[in-house]
Design a protein around this ligand. Structure first.
Ligand code: SF4
Length: 245
């Protein structure tokens, strides 16, 4: 009999990572993304066929790392945009929960709140939500998308008490100014679910992928954001005390 279990289209894995969530993480990067951010450093995850896995196959891979997760660690589902494959993500979260393994969902918030998306969000231990910009005008110009689904995602997490870490990439010449930080802060102020807000520095390590894929790099020539400027902007944001950890 053929195996009828649904499969997910997976781009890659990262074992024993520490960046996306608490503690030691096992990262799974899903293929597909509704946005086209000009500063994306993973254009190779936007579309195409990666490798197909069933939930059981992934759980088998992940449980081998369970001894390393400790109290805080677990799995981070990322991409691309994991919620493009939300039904699969929800199934995986539920199966991992039975193994005592928590899941962080790293999302751009670019997918409308279908029942499957809500299911995946509500079964996450926490959500890492990228806030690219503060209004539709900038989302349209720089991400080919809209802020509305992002705000809907944040609102849903608020209602369901899912802890959220917000992240924003600071890009030189686009959003690396204090006036921009003021707008980001006002966008998330008042949400009790927001536990952290971390700014990330734009870097140029993804540039070679554009060349390899033959895609025009919209930010060619843009320098990486330097660490000192990032620290200044983070301190400016932190002083606004908008998080609730
Ligand atoms: S949401 Fe993430 S993966 Fe998608 S285009 Fe933007 S930066 Fe790239």
């Amino acid at each position: 009999m053929t195996d009828k279990q649904p499969t997910a289209n997976i781009h890659s894995f990262e074992s024993l990572a520490t960046l996306d969530g608490k503690g030691i993480r096992y990262g799974i990067f899903f293929v597909g993304c509704p946005f086209r951010c000009v500063y994306c450093h993973n254009p190779d995850t936007w579309s195409g066929e990666g490798k197909r896995y069933t939930v059981d196959e992934l759980v088998k891979k992940i449980v081998r790392y369970k001894p390393y997760f400790g109290k805080d660690g677990g799995v981070t589902l990322s991409g691309g945009e994991v919620l493009v494959q939300s039904a699969f993500a929800a199934k995986l979260e539920k199966k991992l929960a039975k193994e005592g393994i928590g899941v962080a969902l790293d999302t751009s918030g670019g997918v409308p709140l279908t029942d499957d998306v809500k299911d995946a969000l509500s079964h996450a231990e926490m959500v890492i939500l990228d806030l690219k910009f503060w209004d539709d005008e900038h989302y349209v110009r720089y991400c080919n998308g809209s802020i509305s689904t992002v705000l809907d995602t944040l609102e849903f997490c608020e209602q369901k008490n899912v802890p959220v870490w917000i992240r924003t990439v600071m890009v030189p010449g686009i959003n690396d100014k204090k006036e921009c930080i003021d707008k980001y802060a006002e966008t998330v102020r008042g949400y009790k679910c927001v536990k952290r807000y971390q700014l990330l520095a734009f870097h140029t390590m993804g540039f070679s992928k554009y060349e390899k894929l033959g895609i025009k790099n919209p930010l060619e020539g843009t320098p990486a954001l330097d660490r000192k400027r990032l620290d200044e902007l983070q301190a400016y944001l932190d002083a606004k005390e908008i998080t609730n950890e």
